[in-house]
Ligand binder design. Structure first.
Ligand code: GDP
Length: 315
């Protein structure tokens, strides 16, 4: 088997801003302290946990992360038990392309070999009870959620299952590689939906976020081709306030026509959105720029999911 290797890491803890260690809070918190899985304490990590001499295996199919964005350290998402290399070339080589996410040793087994629809549930209690870790996709209607889901599993129509009558308002579980779930949640912000129905979806989606003990992270989809919408900001704010681990997936990053799309390019909208949600979080949440047309960000999302999942499984 071919193994790709990460750059060799220095074996000391580096502290760029002061002589004290860097303390970064992670988003790997258990959403609900009453949930069945033992709640994890707030994770503070400043210690080196990667052995400097051992190379990290990454999926043979995925390209090595490419340097892409220059981001200050405080804007990076650092997974737990991850050493932050302080020399710039090493650090940038470990940031997933088009994201603020540092790659950790947990980023293994990221590829999707098998995907199947399992069930639609209207209540959290009815969701699968096999204890497998899961990631929930949520976003405004038309944000590109179905397209992203199909792109992640490389199946043209898998997400159509969620669009069948009666299932659009459900929690739809798709089992991946028989070992984890992608969960498609109802889109929000339908202008035409009756108010009572909207309230109802909100109630059960929030209940799911707060009580689903196997939820590793919510993936909040935001359309990067247009300026931020109030409802998206409210959603991000609610997740932040409730300490629900969240990754922002910026969709439609291939749409680059400034004038047509509200005057700004995707990367400008991405920056604006982060500025706007800055106050809701103690540390920068992870984010990735994607396009279901070009498959930009697809492998990066899967690597990020793998590192969150593998860490979650181990703790
Ligand atoms: P959903 O309602 O969130 O499931 O959104 P869909 O996946 O059905 O997509 C809504 C519309 O956006 C469709 O016309 C898609 O073809 C389009 N779309 C989705 N993703 C992308 C993308 O990455 N780039 C572009 N240019 N269009 C997209």
């Amino acid at each position: 088997m071919v193994l790709l290797h990460l750059p060799k890491l220095p074996s000391t803890i580096l502290t760029p801003l002061s002589s004290s260690p860097i303390f970064l809070r992670t988003h790997f918190l258990n959403p609900n302290p009453n949930a069945t899985k033992t709640p994890r304490p707030l994770l503070l990590f400043s210690t080196l946990t990667l052995p400097a001499s051992e190379p990290t295996p990454i999926d043979p199919h995925t390209p090595e992360p490419t340097p892409h964005l220059q981001l200050p350290l405080h804007k990076l998402f650092v997974p737990p038990e991850t050493h932050v290399p302080l020399d710039t070339p090493t650090l940038t080589a470990r940031i997933l392309k088009g994201s603020n996410i540092l790659l950790s040793n947990y980023a293994t087994d990221s590829q999707v070999a098998q995907a199947e629809f399992v069930k639609s549930s209207v209540r959290t209690e009815d969701c699968p009870s096999d204890g497998l870790p899961e990631f929930a996709l949520v976003g405004r209607s038309n944000v590109g959620k179905s397209s992203l889901l199909n792109s992640l599993v490389r199946r043209k129509k898998l997400a159509l299952t969620s669009k069948k009558p009666g299932k659009t308002q459900c929690i739809n579980h798709f089992r991946i590689n028989d070992s984890w779930y992608l969960v498609d949640l109802p889109g929000y912000g339908y202008a035409s939906a009756p108010q009572e129905l909207r309230m109802d979806w909100e109630k059960f989606t929030k209940d799911y976020f707060l009580n689903r003990s196997t939820l590793v992270s919510v993936f909040l989809l935001i359309d990067a081709s247009i300026p931020a919408k109030q409802i998206d900001l409210e959603y991000a704010s609610w997740l932040g306030q409730n300490q629900i681990p969240m990754t922002i997936i910026f969709t439609k990053c291939d749409k680059r026509k400034k004038k047509k799309n509200g005057g700004k390019r995707p990367e400008e909208n991405v920056n604006d959105f982060q500025e706007l949600i800055h106050g809701f979080f103690e540390t920068a949440p992870p984010w990735i720029m994607t396009s279901s047309v070009t498959n930009q960000g697809r492998d990066e999302i899967l690597l990020h999911m793998a590192q969150l999942r593998n860490y979650w499984l181990k703790h």
